[in-house]
Design a protein around this ligand. Structure first.
Ligand code: UD1
Length: 448
């Protein structure tokens, strides 16, 4: 490996263009909205492209900030990334000049850690920043690291960086995860495709994006298969080839728009929507009284019950797929503020996924956050406009939903978080008749 560039021990984040959304709520949405490609599949495919020196072409890639960050990170490694047209990305990793993923990339996006497995397997070494610097404990990556060690890698952790080497090739092995991890599974999969011998991953994550990555890897010549629902087996190959793959639709974006139709009391159609990947969520919507009907690749949402008989309170609990996605807990919680009765929300995957609810309370929601995993929502509370702050991507999209349901004007600061994961979100809402603007902080001129 060429000498790594100087490390940035004193990392100062780049200034982000501060923006806010201004939303005037209370208007039922109508019309149709096209669902974009899945963020959580596309990012892994861009990383997977470094497993081969041949060109890979991905279509239906969402035009979002996280994809831009991953493309930029790859470019800085010496990989050629091209975007011949919107939503199409071509990656040619003939030469990976640097096997160094700096803190700048990791701090912007946790998924940059997905480069550990492929770079280690292909190049035999990588220095990669711990996502979030030294903040071990919150969203750790120990499962990823242990999986690589099981495949024969030597990994040391110093000053916020993992220094990983694989003398010779990685070796196929049986990897037993203590619990299910989506990116842990995916990182191990990518590494094992180029390892010497057979790898078994168990329990493997069952999210649709994992299967989409498997389909992509198979096109690249990998011998990889889900042999049981919770088991993935891989026979390592010496090399993989280029391939073309279309990214599956984003089930989280789709779920977000389902709730938008419902809490605005509107009627909307989602096109290119993955109904088959939304089982637990659609079942929850049905129990709450939201009209959701699935076509071949469309979802019709009817929120007219909101002002008629009203929605019904339901208890929800997040779980690994096929359970209710943790990424759909915030939108579902917004819906529950509009349901009659008491709903219990149990968040089992992450410990910081209820914090955003304090902002929802500022809009008039009655929510008792019992602990980091449990909240009780009493409805129906009429939401009203307020000045609120987005802390992360999913919370941000959910505050938009609350603002659409609210009377009056809501100002949502930190709009850039939402663009990490939602393509053209204000444009899509505008097309559905919402009154939404994206503005630069300190300047009331529209920037969208
Ligand atoms: C992925 C998704 C994210 C989603 C999450 C759960 C991407 C880019 N992100 O995140 O949108 O919310 O799945 O569906 O695909 N954990 C450890 N050690 C590890 C790894 C994870 O303790 O090494 C813990 C996490 O803190 C969490 C749990 O395992 O409590 C599950 O997380 P995981 O499935 O790994 O989430 P991600 O893959 O990071």
């Amino acid at each position: 490996m060429a000498d790594a560039r100087p490390f940035h021990w004193e990392y100062v984040p780049e200034p982000v263009q501060q923006e806010f959304f201004r939303i005037e709520g209370g208007k039922p949405l109508s019309g149709s909205v096209a669902i974009s490609g899945a963020k959580n599949a596309a990012l892994k495919m861009l990383a997977a492209a470094t497993l081969t020196g041949e060109r890979c072409r991905f279509t239906n890639v969402p035009e979002i900030e996280d994809v831009r960050v991953m493309a930029q990170t790859l470019t800085e490694l010496g990989v050629v990334v091209e975007r011949p047209e919107p939503n199409v990305y071509e990656v040619a990793a003939g030469d990976v000049e640097w096997q160094f993923v700096p803190l700048e990339a990791a701090a912007k996006m946790r998924a940059s850690f997905m480069l550990l497995g492929p770079l280690l397997a292909r190049c035999g070494r990588v220095i990669i920043s711990n996502p979030g610097g030294d903040r071990i404990g919150r969203r750790p990556v120990n499962l990823h690291v242990e999986a690589m060690r099981t495949l024969g890698a030597q990994i040391e952790y110093r000053n916020g960086y993992y220094f990983a080497t694989a003398p010779g090739r990685l070796r196929g092995a049986e990897i037993r995860f203590p619990f299910v991890s989506v990116m842990g599974t995916e990182n191990a999969m990518l590494a094992a495709t180029l390892a010497d011998g057979h790898t078994v991953l168990r329990p493997a994550a069952q999210e649709p994006e994992v299967d989409d990555l498997i389909a992509c890897l198979q096109k690249m010549g990998a011998e990889i298969e889900r042999t049981y629902p919770d088991t993935i087996e891989i026979e390592g190959k010496k090399r993989l080839r280029g391939a073309e793959h279309r990214v599956i639709p984003d089930r989280i974006e789709a779920g977000t728009f389902v709730v938008a139709g419902a809490v605005s009391g509107g009627k909307i159609t989602l096109t290119g929507a993955p109904c088959e990947h939304l089982g637990a969520f659609i079942e929850t919507m049905g129990r709450a009284g939201v009209g959701v009907s699935c076509g071949k690749d469309t979802i019709e949402v009817d929120g007219s019950a909101l002002e008629a008989e009203g929605f019904t309170a339901v208890d929800i609990e997040t779980a690994a797929y096929p359970g209710l996605a943790t990424d759909l807990q915030p939108p579902t919680s917004v819906l529950l503020t509009q349901a009659k009765g008491t709903s219990h929300v149990r968040e089992t995957i992450f410990e910081d996924r209820l914090e955003w609810m304090s902002e929802l309370r500022r809009m008039g929601a009655s929510i008792d956050i019992k602990d980091s995993h449990t909240a009780v929502i009493k409805g129906r509370q009429r939401l009203h406009g307020a000045d609120v702050e987005i802390g992360d991507l999913r919370a941000g999209a959910s505050l938009i939903l609350a603002a659409l349901a609210a009377t009056g004007t809501t100002t949502i600061h930190g709009a850039h978080h939402v663009h990490r994961g939602y393509e053209n979100i204000e444009g899509k809402f505008l097309d559905l008749g919402a009154r939404i603007e994206r503005l630069a902080e300190g300047n009331d001129a529209s920037s969208s």
